[in-house]
Design a protein. Structure first.
Length: 408
């Protein structure tokens, strides 16, 4: 078959090699000073290997199987490095063994092409490439991190995967008696065009993927309390979005707690002691509640815990466990033993928690906290009850009092 688009295929190989080098340089600069330098390093190495392979291919159109051993092996190694880059970027383990094995299989196939037939070996070679690309696409698609650019990468790899599968069909079905393992035909034209699209799109989306993570990291930092590492008050504004993505069910409990007499800790032992008290409380909250519960420090000594899918009994039981843990062991600071207790208010929502309903849920929990403070502190008050007990009723009535926020 003659080239359909009249492309100078040798030139196209060289143009693609140049594109690969350009993006390799961009990746190298992007990796300077970054903590994920291994990710960028693998991308640079894979692009350099691809560029060498493309330059060799440009001189071996209609070449012999022996002449195509090296560039095809380089393709497999380069794709293996791309796969490792993706795995490392998302924090997963990876191994070099499988793509080295694939390289050996490809070399063996090329060496046996006189026996097996060029069409079969051509199809096998492209099937190996397509399988590697498919593994990369699957790894990207299964990631849970919310980075939209990964879908752009799936598209970029999908273009070259489709081209490789077309060449598998060519080798196994359409042209089994082909004379060369790199025939200058329409399929090569399509492959070169797909390669140009892939190189440009994968390069751009690899850069934007890292940018999106940086932005997400800055956003996460802005929502975190530097003293405790918990979410901060600003995070309340995006809490409904966080809850939505955590799959909140119909029932949601909110625990609001405040360290008792915190001002006296600062006045008597200094602000450093106050900081230690806050960190001690934050650590106990982490130990008591699950990782997928939303925990935030929203004031100097005030914390909230949102419990998706938890009922009042669950929330009360966990709050009581935390209250007992705080009371059981005093904070030791510079030789002083400081007794810490906390007061709790628990609100409950029986519908979806969103931007409209959450402020009302927080307000109801705040009223309960006020009652706990007014009733002597170191206690738990539940929405709809006048006092705390170890048995929370199944039916919760809405609170009617509207006091102001409790003081420490």
């Amino acid at each position: 078959m003659e080239p359909l688009f009249g492309l100078d295929q040798q030139t196209m190989f060289k143009v693609n090699a140049l594109l690969l080098i350009v993006f390799a340089v961009a990746f190298a600069f992007a990796g300077l000073g970054h903590k994920d330098r291994r990710y960028w390093g693998y991308l640079v190495a894979s692009n350099a290997i691809f560029a060498v392979a493309f330059m060799i291919f440009s001189r071996q159109i209609n070449g012999t199987p022996e002449a195509l051993l090296l560039p095809n092996s380089l393709l497999v190694i380069g794709l293996g490095l791309r796969w490792r880059a993706v795995r490392i970027f998302f924090g997963h383990p990876s191994s070099s063994v499988w793509f080295l094995v694939l390289s050996l299989v490809m070399v063996l196939g090329l060496m046996l092409s006189p026996v097996l037939g060029k069409g079969l070996v051509f199809g096998l070679t492209n099937a190996i490439v397509a399988a590697q690309i498919g593994a990369i696409m699957l790894s990207l698609a299964l990631e849970r991190e919310r980075l939209p650019s990964r879908w752009g990468l799936v598209f970029a790899y999908g273009t070259i995967a489709a081209s490789s599968l077309l060449r598998v069909v060519q080798g196994l079905l359409l042209d089994r008696g082909m004379d060369s393992l790199l025939p200058a035909d329409i399929f090569l034209d399509l492959n070169l065009i797909a390669a140009a699209v892939h190189i440009s799109a994968s390069g751009a989306f690899s850069l934007s993927l890292a940018y999106e993570r940086s932005v997400a990291g800055l956003r996460e930092t802005a929502l975190r309390d530097p003293l405790t590492g918990l979410y901060n008050r600003l995070s309340i504004q995006v809490l409904p979005e966080i809850v939505k993505h955590r799959g909140t069910r119909d029932e949601t409990a909110l625990v609001l707690l405040d360290i008792d007499h915190f001002k006296s800790v600062n006045d008597s032992y200094g602000h450093a002691a106050g900081d230690e008290a806050i960190k001690r409380c934050a650590n106990l909250i982490r130990q008591t509640f699950r990782d997928d519960d939303f925990i935030a420090r929203i004031g100097g000594e005030e914390f909230i815990v949102l419990l998706p899918g938890k009922n009042v009994n669950d929330a009360y039981r966990l709050a009581e466990r935390l209250r007992c843990a705080m009371e059981a062991e005093p904070l030791v600071f510079q030789g002083f033993s400081i007794r810490l207790t906390a007061s709790f208010g628990i609100g409950i929502s029986y519908g979806v928690v969103d931007a409209q309903t959450f402020p009302h849920l927080l307000e109801r929990a705040d009223r309960c906290l006020y009652r706990a403070k007014a009733s002597g502190r170191n206690r738990i008050e539940v929405e709809g009850r006048a006092g705390s007990t170890n048995l929370v009723p199944a039916v919760i009535r809405p609170a009617t009092a509207h006091p102001s926020r409790a003081s420490a």
